[in-house]
Design a protein around this ligand. Structure first.
Ligand SMILES: CC(C)(COP(=O)(O)OP(=O)(O)OC[C@H]1O[C@@H](n2cnc3c(N)ncnc32)[C@H](O)[C@@H]1OP(=O)(O)O)[C@@H](O)C(=O)NCCC(=O)NCCS
Length: 141
């Protein structure tokens, strides 16, 4: 992800989350040494459309997935799976031994995505989102 992607990223973010990140949060991730951000674009009618993105941190062999979203029109086409696979391959190549993330209890799509990649539901963080609990999911690489 680069600064020039932010306008499209923010459009997807606002359509994807009840409490979307601000432009400032994305900018701060782009300048954060431990943060990695991937985008996935598709070509349609000769032009590129940013379809999905993902942000994670790598710190001392542990990765924390902070954000992943797919443009609503392109969901259920394997885009998140492709991004997550690329991120896990990157992590394996960079000596990450454990990955974790928080997900809303009600987010069946995301929980299904992570389960498909072998993530296990480890424990919950009560009221993590202010209006809902988070499930913490982990994967050993
Ligand atoms: C969660 C999200 C990223 C999935 O993206 P996607 O590109 O549609 O997912 P994929 O097509 O790659 O699906 C991969 C797997 O995820 C699961 N999945 C995806 N959407 C699902 C849904 N609506 N219901 C149940 N499982 C779902 C399935 O296991 C699927 O595998 P399958 O197609 O073999 O059944 C997308 O729904 C999204 O952007 N949601 C809003 C943002 C969000 O909640 N992000 C996660 C924050 S933790």
């Amino acid at each position: 992800m680069s600064r020039s992607d932010l306008e499209e990223v923010l459009k997807i973010e606002r359509r994807s989350f009840r409490k979307p990140w601000s432009a400032g949060q994305f900018e701060s991730e782009l300048g954060n040494m431990v943060s990695r951000s991937f985008t996935l674009s598709i070509e349609e009618d000769g032009s590129q459309t940013l379809a999905a993105y993902m942000i994670f941190w790598v710190v001392h062999g542990e990765a924390h997935i902070l954000n992943i979203a797919v443009r609503p029109e392109y969901r259920r086409r394997g885009m998140a799976a492709e991004l997550l696979k690329a991120a896990l391959d990157y992590m394996r190549g960079n000596m990450v031994f454990e990955v974790f993330l928080e997900v809303r209890r009600s987010n069946a799509a995301a929980r299904g995505l992570y389960a498909k990649f072998g993530f296990k539901e480890a424990y919950e963080r009560k009221d993590y989102y202010g209006d809902e609990d988070a499930i913490v999911m982990t994967l050993e690489l």
